[in-house]
Ligand binder design. Structure first.
Ligand code: C5P
Length: 221
């Protein structure tokens, strides 16, 4: 029987990448495995939270005792998240949401006719930014996977999306980012404070982030 300091709290976690259809058999996706988000969902549940996990396609098993809503596209993830937003205390957006989707998905499989194929892409809604505009009592935690200028890009997102905390990782580092079991992150707080964590398992990173969220919940409520 461990620490149950999230008892009575509802925590919404998004995980894995989205898939944006090109035609009935193809999609645009990314390398997100869902490991960081699932670890966060498990760590929050172990601390007594009621966890709602909204997950894109992932090969990971649905964690026991957690309500999982499976989605494919960013639009579906947005619907699932907005349906829960008013009644949750914390949102952790660990999902790698596609920034753009094909403007139209073809009804039939696209045939191999020309030498080139041009897809027109259109911007997806930024779910987290929308939550930042709507937020009342909720704590909002974002992730920033970057390949360059890690801190400045992450800080910009924290401000633009009205977040309480952002977790930045350089996905080019070995032992960090997509599909690995470990991560190397920097945590940036709303007040500008930055903390660097060493290479840790995603579960260890999740435990530390949940600790920080507990402190924020105590200070704000
Ligand atoms: O894509 P970006 O680097 O801006 O992602 C930063 C944060 O915003 C992540 O937490 C991600 O889950 C979230 N996001 C979102 N909807 C998008 C794009 C990103 O919620 N369309």
């Amino acid at each position: 029987q461990g620490n149950r300091d999230l008892a009575g709290k509802r925590v919404l976690v998004t995980a894995a990448g989205t898939r944006e259809p090109i035609d009935p058999v193809r999609y645009i996706g990314n390398h997100s495995s869902g490991k960081m988000g699932y670890a966060l969902a498990e760590a929050a549940a172990a601390r007594g939270a009621e966890v709602i996990l909204v997950s894109g396609p992932s090969s990971l098993a649905c964690p026991a005792g957690i309500t999982v809503t499976k989605v494919e596209t960013a639009a579906q993830m947005r619907e699932a998240v907005l349906a829960e937003f008013d009644t949750v205390d914390v949102v952790i957006k660990a999902a790698a949401v596609a920034d753009y989707r094909p403007e139209t998905a073809a009804d039939q499989k696209i045939k191999k006719t020309g030498n080139t194929l041009t897809l027109s892409m259109i911007k997806n809604p930024d779910i987290l930014r929308e939550l930042g505009e709507r937020k009342k009592h909720q704590l909002l935690i974002g992730f920033a996977a970057e390949t360059q200028e890690l801190l400045s890009h992450a800080q910009e997102k924290l401000i633009k999306k009205n977040l309480d905390m952002i977790v930045a990782n350089d996905v080019t580092l070995p032992g960090a980012g997509f599909n690995t079991d470990t991560n190397i992150v920097r945590v940036i707080h709303k007040n500008g404070q930055i903390e660097e964590l060493p290479q840790l398992t995603k579960r260890q990173v999740a435990e530390i982030l949940i600790d920080k969220i507990c402190v924020m919940l105590t200070n704000y409520t």
